[in-house]
Design a protein around this ligand. Structure first.
Ligand SMILES: Cc1cc2nc3c(=O)[nH]c(=O)nc-3n(C[C@H](O)[C@H](O)[C@H](O)COP(=O)(O)OP(=O)(O)OC[C@H]3O[C@@H](n4cnc5c(N)ncnc54)[C@H](O)[C@@H]3O)c2cc1C
Length: 424
């Protein structure tokens, strides 16, 4: 049996650990924070008296690796959402409402029917999307597409959500990769899924429990401060309180954010420009209706999620407003919530969560800085949504990177491993 020391218990580290333990490896996880989850976490907010997520996370049914991970931790029942592809939208200036409902199969007959399309759009607008999928080079999303109603009412909101970067700077081919695996596969790959109770109970806690049951040893509040390198391999880890010496059959997976990875591994090139995401959580006493979400066009809010006891708003690519005071941000967003959900009333208690380095900026320059999982050191591999996955920084990308790290280690050890991405 081989042993891996995994630094970082976000989704990349957890998925590496699941794939390796499944293949019979021993695993030790070191997490700097008091809990696992990293950028995908839940916590109790005393002021709101509620457990909230750091930010709303949406998966699409076409996220194969993510749903294989969810199956592996037995958490499918923790997810809710519509039973078919359904994206409701409201345009704030006009109060116009519509829903995008791609049909299930691969042939997109829904775009032939005006009543199924985004209001005011033509068939030709949809056909132009094919170009996005085949875009190479450094073309941006904004330059790749005509700026008609389809762009403003569907593509721009989806691009900002998927890439967390203004479309004028965001790389078209990264959006193309998402579209290829979802929209181009038909509505069956576009069913939105979100955690019923929160991120931790749906994606994190069951993974930690599964790993513990498989004998993994998991250390919280254990930051790795340095890696000791000699003879072309990692020979030791300096953690809070102890030095861990590594034997010849022990490997290391660096599954930390890029700004930590470059500190622990000098000389590593990694993304160094980031975009913020704001989440504004409003406590709601009144029942705002069924859990779900609505896309907002032409407002400050971008997506409004209705949750247990609260309503939660996402604003992506938010560097432009991340330094504004929380009160200013909440006051700008509350009228959009009222319009989107057709509710009235004074602004209720709120919490603004500012994730300043939510993801790397999905620009051509940053894409060129994403490293492969392999390193020059014999027993060290990288994982994380910022490594060269071919996808933007997403749950799917993070989990695939973890599977890839496990595959590389197992291959090096002469083993065949079935990563969780292929299991479900
Ligand atoms: C607000 C927000 C909304 C998002 N919405 C979506 C969405 O709707 N859909 C989607 O697919 N994706 C979304 N994402 C992206 C998704 O959350 C990330 O891609 C994913 O969580 C990244 O996982 P990771 O393991 O690569 O990194 P991280 O989650 O950053 O994990 C790295 C871990 O390493 C730990 N660590 C750091 N330094 C050390 C050290 N020295 N020693 C030990 N441990 C250390 C950290 O504490 C952390 O737990 C969103 C992200 C944010 C922030």
């Amino acid at each position: 049996m081989r042993h891996a020391h995994i630094i970082g218990a976000g989704l990349a580290g957890l998925s590496t650990a699941l794939a390796l333990t499944d293949a019979g490896w021993g695993v030790t996880l070191y997490e700097a924070g008091p809990a696992a989850g990293g950028r995908c976490r839940s916590y109790f907010d005393r002021e709101l008296g509620l457990t909230i997520d750091n930010g709303n996370h949406l998966l699409l049914s076409g996220n194969r690796a993510a749903f294989a991970y969810i199956a592996a931790i037995d958490a499918a029942a923790k997810f809710g959402g519509p039973t078919s592809a359904l994206f409701p939208f409201v345009e704030i200036p006009t109060d116009e409402r519509w829903a995008v409902r791609p049909n299930r199969g691969v042939i997109p007959w829904w775009i032939l029917l005006p009543r199924m399309r985004v209001p005011g759009t033509q068939l030709v607008d949809y056909l132009a999307l094919r170009g996005l999928v085949s875009r190479g080079g450094d073309t941006t999303v904004a330059a790749a597409l005509r700026h008609g109603r389809l762009y403003r009412r569907l593509i721009e909101p989806l691009a900002i959500a998927a890439l967390n970067t203004p479309p004028e700077r965001a790389l078209a081919r990264l959006l193309g990769a998402v579209v290829r695996e979802t929209l181009m596969q038909g509505g069956g790959a576009c069913v939105p899924r979100f955690p019923r109770e929160g991120l931790a109970p749906a994606l994190i806690d069951p993974a930690v429990a599964t790993l513990a049951a498989r004998g993994a040893s998991i250390h919280f509040s254990r930051r790795v401060a340095a890696m000791h390198i000699a003879g072309g391999r990692v020979v030791g880890l300096q953690t809070t309180g102890e030095t861990v010496a590594l034997g010849m059959d022990e490997a290391v997976v660096l599954a930390v954010p890029p700004w930590v990875a470059t500190m622990l591994l000098p000389g590593l090139t990694a993304p160094d420009e980031f975009e913020s995401i704001l989440n504004i959580h409003f406590r709601l006493e009144a029942d705002p209706g069924e859990a779900g979400f609505v896309g907002v066009v032409g407002g400050t809010a971008e997506w409004v999620f209705v949750k247990e006891g609260h309503v939660s708003v996402t604003i992506s690519a938010a560097n432009r407003m991340v330094d504004d005071p929380a009160e200013t941000i909440a006051a700008a967003v509350w009228p959009d919530v009222c319009a989107a959900l057709q509710v009235t009333g004074d602004m209720p208690p709120f919490r603004v969560v500012k994730e300043r380095r939510a993801t790397f900026a999905a620009t051509a320059l940053q894409e060129a800085r994403r490293p492969s999982a392999h390193t020059a050191l014999a027993n060290l591999v990288l994982a994380g949504d910022w490594t060269a996955t071919g996808l933007p920084a997403t749950i799917e990308g993070a989990i695939r990177s973890g599977n890839r790290a496990a595959e590389i280690l197992s291959h090096n050890a002469g083993q065949v491993v079935t990563p969780v991405a292929h299991g479900g």
